[in-house]
Write a protein that binds this ligand. Structure first.
Ligand code: 1HN
Length: 377
């Protein structure tokens, strides 16, 4: 830690910021403090109180053409039993991303590849997980005894503490999905527990797809025991229904200047996010849509479900096409552009539920572009 605390940013010349000229007496004082597990606050104040969030993460893109090939190679190199989970981890292109195993901010992400007949052994953890299916057929997951079939572009939950295992049926196809977890957050909070199940896989104790069949239509069952968990009972959100809902939304609404048309994968019992720590959205950018810039606290990881275009993120242009993954670090300006003649669809997941729970979900739009104002924290 530098001991020179004289301000260099003109804003730090104001009363209320640290701006101390060191003297030999102060230097001696700092030395003495360091011998007692302490330091002068003013040596660190301006660094730990940035004027606005300064993400240590960088906009990063993982191109599916490359990542898919690497996932397929992993299939021949290691079994899911040996690996625990056969996942290629996505690391943010930054020192902090590599050190904390983060895709961006508090979020982990990886690509999981399984071939027909394989299983991922059953386990559970305090971290929550969710998955976006990129390709395959015959894949399924079992969450606390509920077996759920997984189709392309479905979004499925594995809430914290639930037993889960996955598989692809013997007559299925090579399946690849994107995992998202709040592992970096749970580790930062030092609240991460892990356990393995006493069998390789769970025996389903409910009819297949009982949760989406019971809760997934927007109508709630009166004749079933009340759902008492703090996460969505829908458990899997089907692509056909999501795409249909976006189409209907677009028929009767103007697009949002930043996000086109966007839906939340919600818990129908609360209207809120499906899980407590991570949320997810699917958005549709109409043909040739040019979004305007906004920024917000919280981190977002995108997976291009369909289409091609680019996003400007923190001044960097990132071109994308189907199944490319990219991230927007906290408080970075970003705007999305659809370069195709058809709709483009962006799946994304985020840590907004954490920001909201802590009262720090803050948004700002470039002045004059839609009248939305920065929220005051
Ligand atoms: C996990 O449990 C899975 O169950 C995948 O498929 C990826 C990455 C980190 C920690 C736990 C899974 C994971 C993970």
């Amino acid at each position: 830690m530098a001991t020179q605390t004289e301000a260099t940013d003109p804003r730090d010349l104001q009363l209320g910021r640290s701006n101390v000229t060191d003297t030999p007496e102060l230097e001696a004082f700092y030395k003495e403090l360091s011998g007692h597990n302490s330091d002068a606050f003013w040596n660190r104040a301006n660094a730990i109180e940035p004027w606005e969030p300064e993400s240590r993460y960088r906009p990063t893109i993982w191109r599916y053409a490359t990542m898919r090939e690497l996932c397929v190679r992993a299939i021949d190199l290691v079994s899911p039993e040996k690996a625990g989970r056969r996942v290629v981890t996505l690391l943010n292109d930054s020192e902090v991303g590599r050190a904390s195993t983060a895709v961006c901010g508090w979020l982990f992400s990886g690509l999981q590849a399984m071939k027909p007949g394989e299983i991922t052994p059953a386990h559970r953890h305090t971290a929550s997980a969710h998955r976006f299916i990129m390709e395959g057929g015959g894949a399924y997951t079992v969450v606390d005894g509920h077996k759920i079939t997984l189709g392309k572009h479905d979004y499925v939950l594995t809430p914290n503490g639930t037993w889960h295992d996955h598989g692809v049926s013997a007559d299925g196809e090579l399946s690849i999905w994107q995992d998202g977890l709040d592992i970096p957050l749970m580790n930062c909070l030092e609240a991460n527990f892990y356990a393995v199940y006493d069998e390789p896989a769970q025996t389903a104790t409910f009819p297949t797809n009982d949760l989406p069949f019971s809760y997934g239509s927007g109508l709630l069952p009166e004749t079933r025991a009340a759902w008492d968990r703090p996460y969505s009972p829908v458990m899997v959100y089907r692509w056909e229904e999501t795409q249909d809902a976006l189409g209907k939304l677009a028929r009767v609404n103007a697009p949002c200047p930043h996000d086109g048309y966007m839906l939340r994968y919600s818990n129908p019992l609360t209207g809120g996010w499906a899980m407590k720590t991570m949320g997810a959205n699917m958005q549709m950018l109409p043909s040739m849509f040019r979004g305007t810039a906004h920024r917000h606290t919280g981190n977002v990881v995108y997976n291009v479900a369909q289409g091609r275009g680019y996003s400007n993120i923190g001044g960097q242009r990132i071109d994308w096409e189907e199944h490319d993954i990219f991230c927007v670090p906290a408080w970075m300006w970003h705007e999305h552009v659809n370069l195709g003649g058809d709709e483009a669809y962006l799946f994304s997941f985020n840590d907004f539920p954490v920001m909201e729970a802590l009262g720090v979900r803050i948004t700002e739009a470039l002045e004059g572009n839609d009248g939305r104002q920065a929220l005051q924290a």
